[in-house]
Write a protein that binds this ligand. Structure first.
Ligand code: SF4
Ligand code: SF4
Length: 190
């Protein structure tokens, strides 16, 4: 190495050092953005579309809209969803398939959203509740239909059929057989 190359390499090293120190110095005076979690839990804003965990949609009366079709289970690429069904007998004697257990394993979910997209009844959605940390993987396996099924609720009675409309005019009664036989006799007398 020549003397010239020696001093050039020292200059380059010194320049690189100053460059790094400039970045560090800039960050030293930049306002801090550290989140004071969990103290700031009340003020946290989580975007609504953030996918934290799958959940059932219940209406105000505690009913969900899952018809146990299994579409979400079949389309899940990770076998994250497992559905068990049962047959119930309706008051009219017909049998109907009902959901028994809807098991969702948060630990194997990739949050792709396919299950929500393919659901024909919009029965499931993603919650943005991000606090899902647990100590064991087993606790990540959840039963989503946590409310008791309302099998005992009386089924809506079928609407009564309207009475058949009566004919507007009734046909005149056919003349008695004796009267028809007498007419030719009257004509003969004339
Ligand atoms: S988001 Fe994707 S991986 Fe998760 S349960 Fe739904 S289909 Fe399966
Ligand atoms: S959540 Fe939707 S797609 Fe899945 S079984 Fe229920 S109705 Fe079918």
């Amino acid at each position: 190495m020549s003397i010239k190359e020696y001093f050039v390499s020292i200059f380059k090293g010194f320049h690189s050092l100053l460059k790094g120190m400039a970045v560090t110095g800039k960050e030293l005076v930049t306002p801090k953005v550290t989140e004071q979690y969990p103290e700031n839990r009340a003020e946290l804003h989580i975007p609504e579309r953030f996918r934290a965990t799958l959940e059932f949609i219940y209406d105000d009366n505690g009913y969900h809209k899952c018809i146990a079709c299994g579409s979400c289970e079949r389309n899940c690429p990770n076998q994250t969803i497992s559905i068990t069904k049962r047959m119930v007998e309706l008051p009219d004697g017909k049998k109907k398939q009902k959901l028994d257990k809807y098991i969702y394993d948060l630990g194997s979910c990739t949050f792709c959203g396919l299950c929500v997209q393919v659901c024909p009844t919009n029965a499931i959605r993603f919650s943005n509740d991000f606090e899902q940390a647990v100590f064991t993987r087993e606790k990540l396996v959840k039963q989503l239909n946590y409310l008791p099924e309302k099998d005992d609720a009386p089924a809506p009675a079928p609407a009564a059929k309207p009475a058949a409309p009566k004919p507007a005019t009734e046909k005149p009664a056919a003349p008695a057989a004796d009267e028809t036989k007498q007419e030719p006799q009257e004509n003969k007398e004339q």
